[in-house]
Design a protein around this ligand. Structure first.
Ligand code: GLN
Length: 324
């Protein structure tokens, strides 16, 4: 197995490793594209791209890393950061917990005692988080969110209206969760106000390159490595990365932490981001999903990258290296 030394290899070797991974997993067709949001089922299931952006702004990419798709649950990470900036850690903790659930992303459950949703990475917690975003009306709140995504990506972003309306028409399960939270006072506004904003954040269009820059921004203390803009207050980066680490891959989070060992987040459209603090952001896009809603090729690619580059946070070679 390779170790941290690989990070110091000439850039071309990382590029060729990504190309090898792409070739190796291109034939893998296990899994199925999400279709519970009808518009998502129209994606080309064979799409496959990988991108790494380092904190120094180096880019390694393979496949069509410019192909746009909706960000879906990966948005939860960044909106959580905005909510922390809006209200501070203590208040946010009274509304959304930080416990992994071991349940699916769309489970209709709240913490029995506190009535809070378990964490901001599952749908219930994300809807509660979104409902906390400040602004004087729906447009201002959406614009604040879009501006936050712009800081992480380095260009203006927009919402895919057909995916947004498709989910808005069919998202009854999320509506059920929102009702439950309204009942327990975890949401203070009409549920459709919160859900519209949530469905819009999920329908923001990104590509694999964008996702890698966003992940690299989190790796780089909240500063976008390409534009040098501070996308999120650095004091909240550790909170964001902690919940990604323990909850970002839903009911696969434990196995992911064990095998891959870095904070990550997946989305139902087929994206995965992973963050190697102080080093790099990784993004994979491949829409076929496993039973837990994680990209099949995405998981494989991240497992191999972690092993090959020695990225696991508790990798001894890495720990020894950082003490030198
Ligand atoms: N918009 C999707 C939903 O709320 C996001 C889920 C996901 O990406 N896991 O169901």
């Amino acid at each position: 197995m390779a170790n941290q030394e690989d990070l110091a290899k000439p850039p071309s070797s990382l590029q060729s490793f990504l190309e090898d991974l792409h070739c190796k997993y291109k034939p893998l067709q296990n899994g199925a594209v999400a279709n519970y949001i009808p518009e998502l089922a129209k994606v080309d299931p064979d799409s496959f791209s990988i991108c790494i952006v380092t904190v120094d702004g180096e880019v390694y990419e393979v496949g069509d890393s410019q192909q746009l798709f909706t960000i879906q649950s990966i948005s939860k990470v960044f909106v959580y950061g905005l909510a922390l900036e809006d209200h501070g850690r203590d208040y946010i903790l009274t509304r959304v917990g930080v416990e992994p659930t071991g349940d699916a992303f769309n489970a209709i459950i709240l913490d029995e005692q506190s009535k809070r949703p378990y964490n901001p990475m599952v749908n219930a917690g994300a809807i509660a988080t979104t409902s906390l975003i400040k602004g004087s009306g729906a447009t201002e709140r959406l614009n604040r969110m879009l501006d936050m995504f712009r800081r992480y990506i380095g260009r203006d972003v927009f919402v895919d209206i057909s995916v947004f309306t498709s989910e808005r028409t069919t998202g009854h399960r999320n509506r059920a969760m929102a009702h439950l939270m309204l009942n327990f006072g975890m949401i203070d506004e009409p549920i459709d106000t919160a859900l519209d904003l949530y469905f819009q954040q999920c329908a923001v269009m990104v590509n694999c390159h964008d996702l890698a820059v966003m992940a690299a921004t989190l790796a780089n203390k909240g500063v976008n490595p390409m534009t040098k803009e501070q996308a999120v207050n650095s004091r909240y980066v550790k909170d964001i990365l902690s919940v990604m680490y323990t909850c970002g891959m839903y009911n696969f989070a434990g196995e992911w932490a064990y095998k891959v060992g870095i904070p990550a987040k997946s989305g139902i459209s087929g994206g995965i981001i992973a963050v190697v603090p102080d080093k790099m952001g990784i993004a994979v896009f491949s829409p076929r999903l496993d039973a837990r809603g994680n990209s099949v090729r995405g998981v494989k690619v991240c497992e191999e990258l972690s092993q090959h580059l020695g990225l696991h946070l508790f990798e001894c070679a890495r720990l020894v290296k950082s003490q030198e």
